[in-house]
Structures are given as structure tokens and as C-alpha cells.
Design a protein around this ligand. Structure first.
Ligand code: UDP
Length: 327
């Protein structure tokens, strides 16, 4: 495979780059380092089959040139994280809509197969246990920045679907549920790196809302092989596939587990969403995927538990120089 990874220096992109290189593939990693970091690629920076390109998916000509050099695109570049969407709503919308348009158009021009990374945010406030790909979206007002990420990803999905049905593009949409693990930054709001960093720094863990909201966290190393298998699976083209864990945990229990596993005496501070994220934030009370489609298509089954995940993040963050501030 000759692969282009947009967002290749990001959290998921860098793990995918390592995985593809280890499998003997060639990788071009495109990143503008808005939230990614070259440190994420440090283990492979001298690899002869890796080319890093500094640039944005908003650069249509650059995307077109790179697409002409590969046979597969993993489009992971996006503005992500509740703090990013809150602070840079307009730029985030542009990146997440126009960036995807550029990737799809270039993939079509050069007859390249493509994986479009979408999100469980598509389902919005639908609290069904076991969300399936054809379940309804339950979304708040588009005037709230809170929902703009979900809206942009929905436009991306509709665009992708139209490219497949009308123009025969080979493209699969993957709806990633909470994906976590080493290298994920806490700077943009993600809860696990924030809690672990807070616990190791002896600061109270900031639980937003009641803490009864439920999430399922999947290790990035379980997600990455699924991305590769799905882009290689023609039956998946034109459809969306959930990828995530179904091990449920409340955020309060997550905080307790982080405290127990780090042995930290930090304690917990509960705060409103208004205090934690700012005005106008609506949270999702529960988000649990049904991944039977991914299982049927590619045998997807996460192997790492939440405790495995927390131990791997704690080990990474305990290394000198990495226990940085979360904000
Ligand atoms: N959260 C929290 N404290 C934090 C960061 C996040 O309680 O310091 C909560 C957040 O409100 C949400 C959950 O943890 O209910 C997961 O947040 P994250 O941003 O990691 O992912 P989301 O599921 O919201 O996309």
C-alpha cells in the first residue's frame, strides 16, 4: 500500500503510520501540527518509507498532488476536541467540511480508495444502548458551537456517500467512538489524558456535570488495524461503520479508577459544564456503540480493557517530561 494519512502526526494518525510502516507499506503523513505534533512520529521519523509533509487539507493543490502519489488515503485530519470547537468554531467548520471535500475530490480524480474518519458525535443525544449505524441523529440547535462538529461530520458523510453512489469512488466512513491511548493530549478537552495528568500532578480531577454520563473507551491500538481492514473491504464502501468499545463506564467511576491506579490522593472536584467548558454546552448522557457491523465485515473485537488503557496512559504520562499541564 502507498498510503496518505491526513493528520498523520496526530494521535490516531501517528499510531496508524507506525502500524502501516511495520506492515511494509509506504506512508505520506500530512499534518499542519494544529493539534498534532512531530513528537508523535519520533519513533519512525527516520524511517525510509515515511515522508512527512507539513501542510493543510485546506490546501487543495497540495492534497491533489499527494493523492496522485498514493493508492489509499486515510483522512483523519480534523479540528477535534470540545475546547477547539468552542474556541475556533469557524475555522473548525472550514477544516472539517472543506478539508474533506478536497480529499474526496482528489481521491476521485486519481481513482484512489479512501477512508473518511467520522465520529460517534453523529448520533448526538441519542442515548440508545448499542447505537447502530442506521439509528437517528438527535441533535441540538446548529447555532450552538456544541453541535457544529457533529454537523460538519454529517456533511462529510453525505458528501462521501454521494461520491460513492454517483461517481463510484471507493470510500468507507468510519464512525469512531471515544478512542484513547498514549499520545492523546489533554489540552483540547479529552477526559482520560486530563484525568491522568491531573492525578499525577496532584491536582483534583475535574468531573464535569453529575459524572453519571457514560462513555466507552477504545484503545487506539485496537482501532488502527480496523481502519486498515475496512479501507481494504469493498463491501464497506459507501457505508458508515461504527468502531469502538462497548465497555461502559461513568465519568465519575473513571475518575475513581484513575485515582486508584495512580495511587493519587488528588481527589475529585465536580463542576458544572458552564465552569468546565463554558456557556451553551450540552453533554451526551450516554454513548454506547453496537459494533456488530464491524465484527461481521472484518471480525472487529477490541482486546484491551479500560484498565489496560488507563495503565498504558499512566505509564506514558509518568515518563519524565511528559506529565505536562492539561490546559
Ligand atoms: N469530562 C470531564 N472532565 C474533563 C473532561 C471531560 O468530566 O476534564 C467529561 C465530558 O464532559 C464528557 C466525558 O468526560 O462527558 C468525555 O469527554 P471527552 O471530551 O473525552 O469526549 P466526548 O465523549 O465528550 O466526545
Amino acid at each position: 500500500m502507498k498510503a496518505l494519512i491526513t493528520g498523520g502526526a496526530g494521535f490516531i494518525g501517528s499510531h496508524l503510520a507506525e502500524y502501516l510502516l511495520a506492515g511494509g507499506h509506504d506512508v505520506i503523513a500530512l499534518d499542519n501540527l494544529a493539534t498534532g505534533s512531530l513528537d508523535n512520529l519520533s519513533a519512525v521519523s527516520d524511517h525510509p518509507r515515511l515522508r512527512y509533509i507539513s501542510g493543510s487539507v485546506l490546501d487543495e493543490d497540495l492534497v491533489d498532488t499527494l493523492a496522485s502519489q498514493v493508492d489509499t488515503i486515510f483522512h483523519l485530519a480534523a479540528a477535534v476536541g470540545s475546547f477547539v470547537i468552542r474556541d475556533r468554531t469557524l475555522a473548525s467548520l472550514r477544516t472539517n467540511i472543506h478539508g474533506t471535500e478536497h480529499v474526496l475530490a482528489a481521491a476521485h480524480r486519481h481513482q484512489v480508495r479512501v477512508l473518511i474518519a467520522s465520529s460517534s458525535e453523529i448520533y448526538g443525544k441519542n442515548t440508545k444502548i448499542g447505537l447502530r449505524e442506521d439509528d437517528d441523529r438527535v441533535i441540538g440547535s446548529p447555532l450552538l458551537h456544541r453541535w457544529s462538529y457533529s454537523e460538519a461530520k454529517a456533511v462529510d458523510e453525505s458528501l462521501t456517500r454521494a461520491y460513492v453512489t454517483e461517481l463510484d469512488l471507493r470510500a468507507v466512513i468510519v464512525r469512531l467512538f471515544n478512542t484513547v491511548g498514549p499520545r492523546q493530549s489533554g489540552r483540547y478537552g479529552m477526559v482520560i489524558p486530563r484525568f491522568v495528568t491531573q492525578a499525577l500532578a496532584g491536582e483534583p480531577l475535574t468531573v464535569f456535570g453529575t459524572g453519571e454520563q457514560v462513555r466507552c473507551f477504545c484503545h487506539v491500538l485496537d482501532v488502527v488495524p480496523a481502519l486498515v481492514a475496512l479501507v481494504e473491504h469493498p463491501e464497506a464502501y459507501g457505508t458508515a461503520v461504527n468502531v469502538g468499545s462497548s465497555e461502559q463506564v461513568s465519568i465519575r467511576e473513571l475518575a475513581d479508577r484513575v485515582l486508584a491506579l495512580t495511587g493519587s490522593a488528588s481527589g475529585i472536584v465536580q463542576m458544572s459544564y458552564e465552569e468546565g467548558i463554558g456557556p451553551g454546552y450540552e453533554d451526551l448522557q450516554r454513548r454506547v456503540p453496537d459494533c456488530s457491523r464491524a465484527h461481521e465485515l472484518i471480525g472487529f473485537r477490541p482486546t484491551r480493557t479500560l484498565d489496560d488503557i488507563l495503565r498504558s496512559v499512566i505509564a506514558e504520562r509518568s515518563r519524565p517530561g511528559l506529565a505536562t499541564a492539561v490546559s
